[in-house]
Write a protein that binds this ligand. Structure first.
Ligand SMILES: *Cc1c(COP(=O)(O)O)cnc(C)c1O
Ligand SMILES: [Zn+2]
Length: 412
């Protein structure tokens, strides 16, 4: 927290002191007026440089505390971050690239990438003495917030679409969140949550509104940089991230840029944003005039079923500034990628988690990724959150009577 210098609007470039504002730029309003947290990098680099990081034994997201907007006393006990990066040679061969790595974000406490942000949201709510924290979510931000609110003893009031997968809803219930399952799509659920937060003063965890949340997401990018630096390897040519609201890819990119600024890595990767063809507003804008046109879409990858992305600015910036691209993949390709990822790397991703694999393959076949390049796929969430889709992708087992003859027939 001590290195935060202020908040800057990504739309009009106005800057604010942190005491002045909680959420968005008042001049631009929410939606447009997304704020970015700024730091004194020279001060931060005294604690965050290659040598200090190499000697830091705290293998969690909190090793980056000098570039996070929270105070140490509000950090919860759950182990967060420093998720493994696996070298995936058979997946590289399948994708047709020189080398491939998978970073498994399903290894976080509530089994998705969203934990990195929820931990920040809860720490900020405690700092602001809020008793209730709220969010709208396709599922993972909700289950993650429920977990971190339970850790801190805060009340979480959560809005989800009725369609959210059962595994995620089960997490909400077991962590004791107060859940409002709304009979509407995510886009309307999001608006309802914004209205409720304004009306009742609940602390707002929505990542595209609360500028601090994306700071948690950036730690995945910082880890990618540092994990490769420790192996004395350059970061891969491409980092692949599935995209809904745009906060995840925007956050990962910010973390990579900061590590570049601190001299931990020498070059930056290109960012590949992956969407489902059923719901692809970023891809359409990318291929067209660059402007956002919200859509009414749907995809099996519920976590990226976002027709009206709330952080279009930061999501688009990540791809444009990195010299990357957006691609769309079909739901069938996503389900097939779930099987490939599980069978070639032994990582079980939820649909949006495996979508990156499908996206990388599409980008290779479209000539966006060259066969001589290397790729890291961020697997954003664990497959046990949505077993129904996994079974749809992989089928059900055969049933047999309890005798050896039946086994012999199958084995033969
Ligand atoms: C939220 C989420 C995403 C997309 O993140 P955005 O910030 O909405 O772009 C991707 N995968 C999973 C598993 C998620 O939960
Ligand atoms: Zn502004």
């Amino acid at each position: 927290m001590e290195n935060v210098t202020g908040l800057r609007c990504v739309n009009c470039n106005s800057s604010y002191r942190v005491e002045e504002i909680d959420y968005f730029c008042p001049g631009c309003g929410h939606g447009e007026g997304i704020l970015d947290v700024e730091y004194d990098y020279r001060a931060a680099s005294r604690q965050l440089n290659s040598r200090a990081l190499f000697n830091n034994g705290d293998f969690s997201q909190w090793r980056y505390l000098p570039l996070l907007p929270v105070r140490k006393e509000y950090i919860q006990h759950l182990h967060l971050g420093w998720t493994p990066i696996y070298q995936a040679d058979r997946l590289a061969e399948y994708l047709g690239v020189r080398a491939c790595w998978v970073k498994d974000e399903g290894r976080n406490p509530t089994a998705s990438f969203k934990d990195r942000a929820s931990a920040i949201g809860v720490a900020k709510a405690l700092e602001k003495k809020a008793e209730v924290i709220t969010c709208a979510s396709t599922g993972n931000a909700a289950s993650s917030l429920a977990g971190f609110a339970a850790a801190a003893g805060l009340t979480a009031r959560i809005f989800v679409p009725l369609r959210a997968p059962e595994g995620k809803v089960a997490q909400l219930m077991i962590f004791g969140a107060e859940v409002m399952a709304v009979d509407a799509d995510y886009d309307r659920v999001w608006e309802l949550c914004m209205e409720a937060s304004a009306e009742f003063g609940w602390y707002n965890r929505n990542c595209a509104v609360n500028p601090y949340l994306i700071e948690g997401k950036k730690t995945a990018g910082m880890e990618i940089a540092e994990q490769f630096a420790r192996r004395e390897m350059a970061v891969p040519d491409w980092v692949v991230v599935s995209v809904g609201d745009g906060c995840t890819i925007g956050g990962v990119w910010k973390g990579l840029v900061e590590m570049h600024k601190l001299g931990v890595i020498e070059r930056l990767p290109k960012m590949l944003g992956v969407q489902s063809a059923g719901c692809q507003p970023f891809v359409t804008a990318w291929q067209g005039d660059g402007r956002l046109r919200p859509v009414n879409g749907h995809t099996v990858a519920d976590s990226i079923s976002v027709g009206h992305p709330r952080n279009f600015a930061k999501g688009m910036q990540a791809v444009v500034r990195s010299g990357g691209a957006f691609v769309a993949v079909s739901d069938d390709e996503i389900m097939s990628a779930m099987k490939r990822l599980a069978r070639l790397v032994a990582v079980f991703g939820e649909p949006a988690g495996a979508a990156g694999v499908a996206g990388a393959r599409a980008a290779v076949s479209q000539g966006i990724i060259d066969s001589q390049e290397s790729v890291l796929v961020l697997v954003t969430g664990n497959g046990l959150k949505d077993v129904a889709t996994a079974i749809r992708a992989a089928g059900k087992p055969r049933t047999i009577p309890p005798d050896l003859q039946a086994v012999r027939q199958l084995a033969g």
